[in-house]
Design a protein around this ligand. Sequence first.
Ligand SMILES: [Zn+2]
Length: 166
Amino acid sequence: MENISAYIFGPAIFAYEGSSLDISSKIPTSWIELVKNGMRGLSPEIKIKWYQCTLCGQDYEICEHEEGKEYDGVRCVLAPRDIEFLSNSVVDNPKDSKARITDLLIIEENIKKKKYEWRGYKSDSSTFRFKHIQKAYEKKLIPEHVAIHFSNYFQSHSEGNVTYPD
Ligand SMILES: [Zn+2]
């Protein structure tokens, strides 16, 4: 009997630059085909504990600046801090077009062996792909030799599918 599990990786990016959140999570197997067929937008549900004022660095609740107002030509912008990730869903058109799945890991397990498949989709930076493979290894989803096999493939391919064993 075959046992399949799947994990998604990708950035969930919010309004303020630099406050991105890179997620990895297990998905129901019924989502695998949806992701393969292009439904890769992420719609995360998050909780932001506090906002930092980018002008003075203090908690916006206590600082004297006002969001959107300019002070000596510099606009007060709020940066979300301590973002807690509550849940995620995969959608066709995410609110934030950058919030999407860039990597999909599928693990097929039967009595004799395990088969690993990594699907790398269009990504803004290949560094993230390697970070995702590293993350999968650290979470013990894939053994070291498989992580190396995947990394080697993506050294010379910006996108694509790679399996282990081939
Ligand atoms: Zn302030």
